[in-house]
Design a protein around this ligand. Sequence first.
Ligand SMILES: NC(=O)c1ccc[n+]([C@@H]2O[C@H](COP(=O)([O-])OP(=O)(O)OC[C@H]3O[C@@H](n4cnc5c(N)ncnc54)[C@H](OP(=O)(O)O)[C@@H]3O)[C@@H](O)[C@H]2O)c1
Length: 353
Amino acid sequence: MLLILALIIFGALLFGFLITKTTKEVPKSWFEWKTEFKYQYLGMAGLIHDAQYAARDRVTLYKQPDRIAVITGGNRGIGLRIVEKLLACDMTVVMGVRDPVSAKSAVGAIVDLNQTKGKLICETLDVGDLKSVRNFAQRIAGKYPKIDVLLNNAGIMFAPFKLTADNYESHFAINYLGHFLLTHLLLPQLRAAGREGKNARIVNVSSCVNLIGSINYKDINGLNNYYPGAAYSQSKLAQILFTRHLQTLLDAEKAHVQVIAVHPGIVDTDLFEHSATTSVPFLKKIFFKTPERGARTVVYAAIEPSIEGQGGVYLSNCGRGPFHSSAKSPAKCERLFDYSCELLKIKEYGNGK
Ligand SMILES: NC(=O)c1ccc[n+]([C@@H]2O[C@H](COP(=O)([O-])OP(=O)(O)OC[C@H]3O[C@@H](n4cnc5c(N)ncnc54)[C@H](OP(=O)(O)O)[C@@H]3O)[C@@H](O)[C@H]2O)c1
């Protein structure tokens, strides 16, 4: 009897594990198994946090017609709902997307673009291509001398190994390095928009999996031991280290710009396309946040007046969340920042050149 019970419990745990793995493959090494177990733990903790703080997860949309927001991605998933909310605030929203025409129709399918007082502009951007980032930033900086909000939202997760045109592993390039460069290039416009009592804001859409990330300086592309889950968590930790050090620099120069990192929640989007959860869409519908709910903390970080002046923080469900201990070390944050500047040959971060 006891054996049967033990077998049933084991079977249920195994089934749960198999349908929530980060990849559709079976882990091959202890490192891969360990990474999977960490993801399982964080996934459960994330779902519990989302349920526990559901009532707090609210953002008030208020009119701010004179303000401009730039977002990477935004044609689907959480980003699309972020755009919807910013347009409801009557903001001008500039989307940096790979396909501007289809992005505009995606927004048009959920927002009446003839009625909204917000303004939508779609520009070409591949955030994983440094040349494209530079072209996009140049166009945007030329058109808008002031930018009030920059939302670094675009991202990929658990993708098979791929190097970008610039020879960077794709998670590192898209989720982190491209946004690091974009922020550098648009910082003059953000500085120009911020004023006493009304900071410009940079929102880095990170993830709770930053908690299990580590920056592999010896092999940043993971060439020797690539595992998609490890590449994703590295990129999401990198965004938080970046957030923290950039805020330190901005505070030192007394710029009216604040930088915030966000975990949007566990959200039912295409981001999970490479994971085993695609086999159980109904479970995602039940337990995961909708993209609309996923957009709330991000928009909160971008516009909420009560967090004015609170830069360098990490938000989850519209409140403070736990983040990796290395991001509490200014030296570790600075190390990644300097390393990234070296990779991109940036001499003076934030001068827009
Ligand atoms: N969903 C979650 O549970 C969750 C949890 C934690 C954090 N996040 C973070 O939230 C952000 C948004 O994710 P999501 O769930 O909304 O994912 P999604 O539905 O898969 O959307 C990803 C977005 O990123 C864009 N994108 C990807 N690669 C790009 C590139 N090279 N250049 C320009 N745009 C690119 C996509 O545009 P295309 O259509 O052109 O591919 C799309 O707009 C990501 O940073 C993700 O890491 C999500």
